[in-house]
Design a protein around this ligand. Structure first.
Ligand SMILES: Cc1cc2nc3c(=O)[nH]c(=O)nc-3n(C[C@H](O)[C@H](O)[C@H](O)COP(=O)(O)O)c2cc1C
Length: 168
């Protein structure tokens, strides 16, 4: 069993650019006793409405979105370079089609009934505050719309309060 301890968001001293953009996140949630996860490399950490928050963006076709929308909590697990192969797999296959968590060899653990991965070096336990699909009318740089959304599958942005950070 991995030994995690809790730190406050103020003690979290890792670059979000490295953590999200380079290490990548596993966005994980549970619905009706089943867990699903997907890799994400877009998002942010910051402060909103006086709270420490994480935001992520999820396209409508992701199976994980059904899990995110089903209940108030999700986790973000940061595994990094040693697990690049598993992260790539979990980010290219849908949980609709395969039992991808079992096939990945990663181990699901729970903190306050929220699923995360035991192999993570950092885990953020997040409580949803706000969710909104991106609106094409709101793009100031219009090229972003045509570049990233040729199929109009606009991401939903989730802003969530970081309730707990676990590190190994
Ligand atoms: C490096 C990487 C980053 C990704 N980032 C995102 C993201 O931020 N948002 C998103 O909707 N999909 C993202 N994906 C795609 C999903 O992880 C992928 O479609 C996954 O298979 C969805 O699984 P699911 O259908 O089980 O939810 C990313 C994939 C990779 C490999």
């Amino acid at each position: 069993m991995a030994e995690f301890h809790t730190i406050s968001p103020e003690q979290f001293d890792k670059s979000p650019f490295q953590t999200i953009g380079k290490d990548w996140l596993l966005v994980t949630a549970e619905k009706d006793g089943k867990v699903n996860t997907m890799t994400a490399s877009w998002g942010g950490f910051g402060v909103m409405w006086g709270k420490n928050v994480a935001f992520i963006v999820v396209r409508p076709q992701r199976y994980t979105k059904e899990f995110l929308d089903a209940q108030p909590y999700f986790s973000l697990s940061v595994l990094g370079e040693p697990f690049r192969k598993e992260l790539s797999y979990l980010g290219s296959v849908s949980g609709r089609d395969e039992d991808k968590i079992a096939k990945s060899g990663l181990t699901v653990a729970h903190e306050d009934n929220i699923p995360y991965f035991e192999q993570a070096k950092t885990v953020l336990i997040c409580r949803k505050l706000y969710a909104q699909p991106y609106d094409p009318a709101c793009f100031i740089e219009k090229e972003l719309d045509s570049k990233w959304y040729p199929n109009q599958d606009y991401h939903t942005m989730y802003i969530a309060e970081i309730e707990k950070i676990l590190i190994q």
